[in-house]
Design a protein around this ligand. Sequence first.
Ligand code: PRP
Length: 215
Amino acid sequence: MRVLTVALTKGRLASKTMDLFEKIGIRCDEMKDKTTRKLIFENKEYGLRFFLAKGPDVPTYVEYGAADLGIVGKDTILEENRKIFEVLDLGYGKCRMCICGPASAKEYLENNQLIRVATKYPNIARNYFYNQKNQSVELIKLNGSIELAPIVGLSEVICDIVETGSTLRENGLTVLEEVCPLSARLVVNPVSMRMDNARITDLIMKLRDATGEKN
Ligand code: PRP
């Protein structure tokens, strides 16, 4: 039996994903050791191995087939636009992609003005403004703490993830428009899907059933 490789997004999504795998009887206790610097973990019984990667790299590993499966946020799937199959909404990691800024920036959006948009997600922002809203904007790529941009005058608005909304609130910003809802998704390499169809389908079904269950 070929070992199937699963790429996990490092951090909170990875621990929620391991909880979900545990629900269907697949454990990987070695991964729970918070002190370990190991990146790859094997479950011999099920012929699975898991590795931890940065979110934006997960679709890359899956597209190339270095991982057969991956667990990654919908935001990253949309931004990376890789040739992978999205097969299941896992229901956790729920948040929203939004256009945010000071309340006073609302009029720039209503009047389709040429504004500056700071974001970690230039492809999502471009698609939203150019294809959905028909608004020309200047995109400014940042790598984190996006909320800073409108506060210090780098941009009029931001395109960013909102979960609880507390980062916005604590910085005097607000949601101006919603781009799309987000959550963790299971993705599959298209060739693996054909070559190991029975095993992968079985895994998808089990994860789907476990996702529906209450804790
Ligand atoms: C994300 C996002 C927001 C924040 C939203 O940032 O970019 O800043 O979380 O969460 P909230 O609505 O619950 O406040 P993250 O913490 O991932 O770090 P980053 O700023 O480095 O992107």
